[in-house]
Ligand binder design. Structure first.
Ligand code: NFS
Ligand code: SF4
Length: 639
């Protein structure tokens, strides 16, 4: 196998298809990254601005050229404004997704759709309680209507604090209040970021960044949290389920349909539609044995968490899955869908079907999704896939390896249930030191980092060090494929974590869902802190996004840090043009919100940073600890 494929991806299924891409000269994301090199140095440092027509402007990082934009903005202001806009774009993406799901709940409440129902009445009532919506003597539909109406207020300007902030430990709420970063309306914080970053509004980099944190909190404790909680109400709260992952989940003798994107509203009705006897019969008539649905990216995670639907792959697999030659349809909703999938599909028989009017793709077939007619549209989409089966050239089919078994479905509710109903056993294991602490390894793939290598290497090192790992998004897929998400992977963990996992029958790496489900991690962290009567920042916890690429990931990283959790990024954000901004985020924030960012591309070294941080927090809590400074960096292989 050519060394090139080994450098591009650590995953065997990806390497096999990348070889085909090379042979048949199908362009991939890796080729386009090469073609873009060298990428713009000003933009990489965050030093370019095109916020107005007196520009575009750039600041010379070597101090020789201009140090101010035409308006007079310096490096600090330009970098901070750019970062704030990135965070607002990410927060808006999550929150608009949350709003779409919330509208579906509203339609259910009003009895306007038969495609959805209340799957978790108990959770509906619990959240209605948090919103002060009375449930006495009301049927679920009435509660859903009243609750969704109340939740819509979280998007507006009538509140001074988002309802889910009630879940945050009191000490942190006070801190946010003091800093003036308590999130109010979800849309409001995002719009205010766009306002403040307009030329001539907020010209103080610290002030800009504080509001950027507030904006990210409106995502974490707002838009994303609404998306997660309402999805649980409508589609069910996940519980442990076995599933499979990698490109081997495609079937040579069935109609394969991949569901790609983020919003489970459409994919959920497609799961129902694929079971329709008439469509099953049609598949047989077309010569297929059945209809095989597979997931990609976070829509895939949503389906895997709740229905055990097999996972074809994460972000960098989206082009490769088409190149198996075995995919009849790629159904996309929104976010993280490369426009290039339409071009790759032209080399094969795959039809790309776009579904949301806010996310059209030139060259794709558009079937407009409407939650009021969900199931009917789902059937139309599945029918398109089935009818495409005879166009498949079986001699072109190349489905790599066999799938890996993995478990999913670890919502906070199911983790607490696995612990016997209270976080106490987990807290005890942390207190004695059997488990040193917990880390969330989350986020995307990025072709600048060997595909899946960052996620899997970091996760392995952490569990070897007795650190429990929770995963979401593309990290969950990488680790599932690597075999780390089955109970027998406890053998790969350190002795303490291994013992705890075996006693509970759980894997050492827990799948907590899609990227909006990072809010499950916030809820778990807050529950642990509340249980101990402390603030999140004192706990031995950490976050990491070893292969991040998206604006959403920047918003997530920021709300995690603003919630008090140290976070290590595998790629540099575009801030290094301002030493002041870098210093604030990498150290100054510790005094502000009790947590900081670090950047470390080498996952071996990132694991050491996290272990040191966790021991430091253990020391702070008077728990048995290893001296953080004595935990050493591994030798760099080149040294
Ligand atoms: Ni998260 Fe999910 Fe993956 Fe990154 Fe994209 S799919 S929302 S953004 S790339 S983890
Ligand atoms: Fe240039 Fe200032 Fe306009 Fe940005 S806002 S493009 S720095 S003049």
């Amino acid at each position: 196998m050519s060394a090139k494929f080994n450098q591009q991806s650590a995953a065997e299924d990806a390497q096999q298809i990348l070889r085909r891409a090379g042979e048949e000269q199908v362009e991939t994301v890796w080729d386009r990254l090469e073609a873009q090199k060298p990428q713009c140095g000003y933009c990489s440092l965050g030093l370019s601005c095109r916020n107005c027509a007196m520009g575009p402007c750039r600041i010379d990082p070597f101090g020789e050229g201009p140090q101010k934009g035409v308006c007079g903005a310096d490096a600090d202001v330009i970098v901070a404004r750019n970062l704030a806009r990135t965070i607002a774009a990410g927060a808006s993406a999550h929150s608009d997704h949350g709003r779409d799901i919330l509208e579906a709940l509203y339609h259910v409440g009003r009895g306007e759709t038969e495609s959805y129902r209340i799957a978790d009445v108990e959770k509906l009532k619990r959240i209605a309680g948090e919103y002060g919506v009375s449930t006495e003597g009301k049927d679920p539909r009435e509660i859903a209507r009243a609750l969704s109406w109340e939740m819509m207020e979280d998007f507006g300007i009538r509140k001074e604090v988002l309802t889910f902030v009630g879940r945050v430990p009191p000490a942190r709420r006070e801190l946010w209040e003091k800093l003036g970063i308590t999130p109010r309306g979800i849309d409001r914080e995002n719009v205010e970021t766009l306002h403040r970053t307009h030329m001539g509004v907020d010209n103080d980099y610290v002030n800009i960044l504080l509001h950027a944190m507030r904006t990210s909190l409106s995502d974490g404790w707002g838009g994303s949290m609404v998306a997660t909680e309402v999805s649980d109400i409508l589609f069910g709260t996940p519980s442990p389920v076995s599933s499979r992952a990698n490109l081997g989940v495609l079937k040579a003798d069935e109609v394969n349909i991949a569901l790609h994107g983020h919003n489970p509203m459409l994919s959920d009705v497609i799961v129902q539609a694929a079971q329709d006897p008439e469509l099953q019969q049609l598949a047989k008539e077309k010569g297929a044995k059945g209809i095989n649905l597979v997931g990609l990216c976070c829509t895939g995670n949503e389906l895997q968490m709740r229905r055990g639907i097999p996972m074809a792959g994460n972000h960098l697999i989206q082009e490769l899955v088409i190149m198996t030659g075995a995919l009849e349809a790629m159904v996309v909703d929104y976010q993280c869908i490369m426009p290039s999938v339409v071009n790759v599909a032209k080399c094969f028989h795959t039809s790309v079907i776009s579904t949301f009017d806010k996310a059209k793709f030139t060259g794709a077939t558009h079937i407009s999704f409407d939650p009021l007619r969900g199931l009917e549209i789902g059937k139309e989409i599945v029918r398109k896939g089935v009818e495409n089966y005879p166009n498949r050239l079986q001699e072109r089919v190349r489905i790599p390896n066999s799938p890996t078994e993995m478990m999913a479905g670890f919502s906070v509710e199911s983790i607490v249930a696995a612990l016997g109903g209270s976080p106490e056993p987990l807290v005890d294991a942390i207190k004695t030191g059997k488990i040193r602490g917990a880390a969330a390894v989350v986020g995307c793939n990025n072709p600048k980092i060997k595909h899946d290598y960052g996620h899997v290497t970091l996760t392995r090192r952490l569990i070897e060090n007795d650190i429990l790992v929770v995963v979401t998004g593309c990290s969950a897929v990488a680790n599932g494929k690597a075999g780390l998400m089955m109970p027998d992977a406890a053998e790969l963990a350190g002795p303490g974590l291994k013992e705890v996992c075996k006693a509970l029958g759980i894997p050492p790496v827990l799948h907590m869902g899609s990227c909006v489900d990072n809010t499950r991690i916030l809820v778990l962290a807050a529950a642990l802190a509340n249980f101990l009567g402390t603030d999140i920042q004192t706990l031995p916890l950490a976050g990491a996004a070893p292969e991040w690429y998206s604006e959403k990931a920047v918003s997530i990283g920021t709300y995690v840090v603003a919630s008090g959790i140290y976070t290590v990024l595998g790629l540099q954000p575009a801030i290094f043009g301002s030493p002041n901004v870098v210093n604030l985020l990498a150290s100054g924030l510790d005094e502000v919100v009790g947590a900081t960012f670090a950047v470390e591309p080498d996952p071996e070294k990132a694991a050491v940073l996290i272990r040191r941080h966790i021991e430091k927090k253990r020391k702070g809590l008077n728990l048995p600890f290893d001296e953080p400074d004595r935990i050493n960096m591994p030798e760099s292989p080149s040294a």
